[in-house]
Structures are given as structure tokens and as C-alpha cells.
Write a protein that binds this ligand. Structure first.
Ligand SMILES: Nc1nc2c(c(=O)[nH]1)N(C=O)[C@@H](CNc1ccc(C(=O)N[C@@H](CCC(=O)O)C(=O)O)cc1)CN2
Ligand SMILES: Nc1nc2c(ncn2[C@@H]2O[C@H](COP(=O)(O)OP(=O)(O)OP(=O)(O)O)[C@@H](O)[C@H]2O)c(=O)[nH]1
Ligand SMILES: [Mg+2]
Length: 443
């Protein structure tokens, strides 16, 4: 991917295919910048010239090659600055969704003076035009990549500006405190009344803590999570994987040691994209293939976001031959609940892959482990970059609460800088570049 520098070449006109590679009903080429409508005039022949068409309209007509031949028939959408996604003049060509047509239309736009858009450059332009803040731009990225309901909901919330508003509310409290400190600095004997200083700061601290509490859920919603199934041979790991998936993905037999190589399968759980990992049953074994599988299982348990341990409820209980680190998010299951129980434990969830008993409860527990108890109607932090900035802001606010007025001011300025970086209101070019580098071309 080309490295972008966010402020260079912004007066150019850019073009890209906006739809996914491959064949589809309709495909879109987008052109944005000062020459967009002039390019459209040369590329498109309809009832009217695009440059003579008011913004917000579409034209039906022919898309023309260099010799005036028809490449396809399609639509031209006309947007006029500042009333477009980027804030610039934009022409969109909606063609039949063939890579051949889209490739030739794009080539023609480039011949007519556009240059290929860099990854995320349409959205970058929207950000630089002040139409989106950086949290909204990142929400666009998360929305394009969303596969599941929770990811989609959070991205839509972020796109509406809800996350930026949460951050701005904190920033207002910090500014308020800073100004009351500044107003009293000339009167060194007075100091800011404790209450005037602590109330907004306490509120800011609480809100930043709440925001940071959403970072894990945000990461899981956007990146997904890995859930490893761990237990002795025959505990019912593969059966549970199949039951959760709703189809027979993994081989199940009464022979202990059936699963040797690990196996992954994707599904949506709690509206979150999840990879379930079935592993070899843990035991000492002479079989070198199985032993390698057991080693893998231990490694997979270590790398999983959640570990589900399974113990056969119809057999005498045996301890898991594996120490999970105390920080592991683990759910313990007693399997084969349809059979007479050889043991019970109120701490352990009972499930039966055979009857489906306990699976709704298991899905709910998994939802809690994955997302925590954050409110789904509030905006969550949507990237590591945002979480990092929020963390720095929180540290400065905490310090400010313990320091005398003049030193507190310095910490509050720092906290405000971190928040401005979060929303992108005041941010270094390289941070912006790093955000947009993750986009695809055409977005
Ligand atoms: N064809 C197409 N569909 C798309 C986009 C696009 O660029 N093209 N979008 C891009 O990712 C998203 C929609 N986002 C957009 C946001 C603002 C404007 C826009 O023109 N706004 C003007 C006019 C508003 C109005 O007419 O009410 C404005 O805000 O002034 C267009 C698309 C999703 N669907
Ligand atoms: N009655 C009953 N039998 C089950 C249940 N789940 C699994 N079994 C049986 O238990 C045996 C082992 O099941 P698997 O799912 O292959 O167990 P596993 O943990 O994957 O075993 P390995 O791959 O050998 O480690 C099979 O005969 C299953 O039919 C259940 O919920 N109820
Ligand atoms: Mg198995």
C-alpha cells in the first residue's frame, strides 16, 4: 500500500472503483475534486451535461471510451461542493458491475486528468473538510468491515458522532476546570474552591473510566474473538462445537483422541464475530501426532480471548491437566447433562450437545465474557488508537486531581491534547496517515 501524507495533493481530482472487486449487479466509480464534473462531461453522454446539472441529481446515459465508443450504459450522479461526501464536486458512475466495465471507466477517468485515489482518501477529504471527525472516520472503516450486528450498530453510532460527543463532554469539563484555575491564579492565596475543581474533574474521570471500560467490547465487536474448547479426550468438545455451529464441522466418535489437529470455525455470537477453536483432548500420550495436538491445545488456550473448559458429567470428575493463567476469561462446563450425573458443581454450567440443554445459557455467558456489561446503546471506543488516547487523558486527569492548581493546569492541558488527538481536532499528520492507511481504495 502506498504511504499517504494526509495534506499533500489535495487539490487534485481523485478517482477509484468504490465497489468490491468481482462481478455484481451494479458497480460504482467515484471521482472527487475540482475537475470531477469536467471529467464527467467527457466520460458521460446523457440528456444533459453533468456540469450543467444541479447537485443531487442523476443522469441516465452512455459511458464513453477514448474514441467516443460506448463502454456501458449507466447512471451519473452529480454532487456539487460542499454538498457531497467529500465536500468537493463529485461525479459517480454507476455501471453494470463488471470488472471489465469498471476498469475501463476508471482508466478513462484517469486519462481525463484524475489520479488514482489513495486508500481512504475520499473519507480523508471528508475529514479534512471538517465533515467528519476522526472517530467518525474510524467508524466508517469499522462499518465497511462490519460482519455482525453489534459491530454494525457500534459503527453506526460512531458515524453519527456519538463517540465524539462523549469525548467532547469530557473536554468541556476539563476546560471548565482550567478556566476556573486560570481565573484564580492571580490570587495565589485563594485557590480554586475544592468543589468547583473536583466536581467536573471527578465527572471527567468517571466518564473516561467508563469509556475505557468499553475498549474491550469495542475491540471484540470490530476484530472478533477466539474461543478455545479445552478438555480431556471424549469430554464432548467437538460435539459442542458442532452444536454451537448448527452443523457437523468436527468429527465426533466414541474413541478418545478423535480430534488431533485443531480446527477453527467462524460464527456470530452476541452479535460479535467469533472463531471457535476445537482442540485435541488433553492427556499424556505416546502417540506423537496426538502429543503434538495436545501441545497445540495448550498453546491455543493461552492465545484465546475466552477458554471454555469441558468435563464429562457422566464420568468421575478429573482435574484439567492444565493451569490457566489467573487472568484468563474461562467458562467451565459439565457436559453430557442428558446422562445421569456423576458429579455436580454449582459453579459449573451444565450443557448437553445432544439435547441442546444449557446452550442458551452458555451463549449468554459468552456474550458477557466477550462484551462485559457495557451499555449497548452508548458509543464504545472503536480502535486501539482511541483507547490509547483515552488512557493518556485519564492518567493526566488523575494526576491533576492530586496536584496544586498550577501543576494541575499543566496536566489538564495534556489531557485536553490527548482528547483532541482522539477526536482528530488537533492531531499530527502521521496519526491521521496511520488511520487512513487501513482503509481500502475507493472509501
Ligand atoms: N452512491 C453512494 N452511496 C453511498 C455513499 C456514496 O458516496 N455514494 N456514501 C459514502 O460513503 C455513503 C453515504 N454517505 C454520504 C454522505 C453525504 C453525502 C452528501 O452528498 N451530502 C450532502 C447532501 C445531503 C443532502 O442532499 O441532504 C451534504 O451533506 O451536504 C453523500 C453520501 C453510503 N452510500
Ligand atoms: N449423551 C451424550 N453424549 C455426548 C454428548 N456430547 C458428546 N457425546 C459423546 O461423547 C463422545 C465424545 O464426543 P466428542 O465430541 O468426540 O468428544 P471430544 O471432546 O471432541 O473428544 P476428543 O476429540 O477425543 O478429544 C461421542 O461418542 C459423543 O457422541 C452429549 O451431550 N450427550
Ligand atoms: Mg474432538
Amino acid at each position: 500500500m502506498t504511504r499517504i501524507s494526509s495534506r499533500s495533493g489535495l487539490s487534485d481530482t481523485i478517482a477509484a472503483v468504490a465497489t468490491a472487486p468481482g462481478h455484481a449487479g451494479v458497480g460504482v466509480v467515484r471521482v472527487s475534486g475540482p475537475e470531477a464534473l469536467a471529467i464527467a462531461d467527457a466520460l458521460f453522454a446523457g440528456r444533459r451535461r453533468p456540469s450543467q446539472t444541479p447537485g443531487g441529481r442523476f443522469l441516465f446515459g452512455g459511458l464513453l471510451g477514448a474514441g467516443g465508443e460506448r463502454l456501458d450504459e449507466g447512471l451519473c450522479l452529480v454532487f456539487r461542493a460542499p454538498h457531497s461526501y467529500t465536500g468537493e464536486d463529485v461525479a459517480e458512475f454507476q455501471t453494470h458491475g463488471s470488472p471489465a466495465v469498471l476498469g475501463e471507466v476508471l482508466t478513462r477517468a484517469l486519462e481525463l486528468g484524475a489520479r488514482t485515489a489513495r486508500p481512504g482518501e475520499f473519507t480523508l477529504r471528508a475529514y479534512l473538510a471538517g465533515r467528519l471527525d476522526l472517530t467518525q472516520a474510524e467508524a466508517v472503516l469499522n462499518l465497511v468491515e462490519a460482519d455482525t450486528e453489534t459491530a454494525r450498530k457500534q459503527a453506526t453510532l460512531g458515524l453519527s458522532g456519538a463517540l465524539g460527543e462523549r469525548v467532547d463532554a469530557v473536554a468541556r469539563d476539563l476546560t471548565l476546570t482550567l478556566s476556573s484555575i486560570a481565573a484564580l491564579l492571580d490570587y495565589p492565596d485563594e485557590g480554586v474552591p475544592e468543589e468547583e475543581r473536583q466536581t467536573p474533574l471527578a465527572r471527567a474521570e468517571t466518564e473516561l473510566e467508563a469509556l475505557l471500560g468499553t475498549a474491550h467490547a469495542g475491540r471484540v465487536a470490530n476484530q472478533g474473538a477466539r474461543i478455545a474448547l479445552i478438555g480431556a479426550p471424549n469430554a464432548g468438545k467437538s460435539s459442542l462445537l458442532n452444536a454451537l455451529l448448527g452443523y457437523e464441522r468436527s468429527i465426533v466418535t466414541p474413541i478418545a483422541g478423535t480430534t488431533r489437529d485443531y480446527l477453527e470455525a467462524g460464527l456470530s455470537l452476541a452479535g460479535v464475530p467469533v472463531t471457535l477453536v476445537d482442540t485435541a483432548g488433553l492427556r499424556d500420550t505416546e502417540d506423537i501426532v496426538e502429543a503434538a495436538g495436545v501441545q497445540q491445545a495448550v498453546r491455543l488456550a493461552g492465545g484465546a480471548d475466552v477458554v471454555i473448559t469441558l468435563s464429562d458429567g457422566s464420568q468421575p470428575r478429573e482435574a484439567l491437566p492444565l493451569e490457566l493463567p489467573p487472568t484468563t476469561r474461562a467458562i467451565h462446563l459439565r457436559t453430557k447433562a442428558d446422562l445421569p450425573a456423576a458429579w455436580t458443581d454449582p459453579e459449573v454450567l451444565e450443557v448437553s450437545a445432544a439435547t441442546g440443554a444449557g446452550l442458551p445459557e452458555l451463549r449468554e455467558r459468552l456474550g458477557t465474557e466477550l462484551l462485559g456489561d457495557v451499555s449497548r446503546s452508548e458509543a464504545w471506543l472503536g480502535s486501539e488508537r482511541q483507547a490509547d488516547a483515552a488512557r493518556r487523558a485519564l492518567e493526566h486527569v488523575r494526576l491533576a486531581r492530586q496536584l496544586p492548581d498550577d501543576l494541575a493546569s499543566i496536566e489538564l492541558e495534556e489531557a485536553l491534547l490527548a482528547l483532541a488527538e482522539l477526536t482528530g481536532r488537533d492531531v499530527q499528520d502521521d496519526v491521521v496517515d496511520a488511520v487512513f492507511r487501513n482503509f481500502c481504495v475507493g472509501k
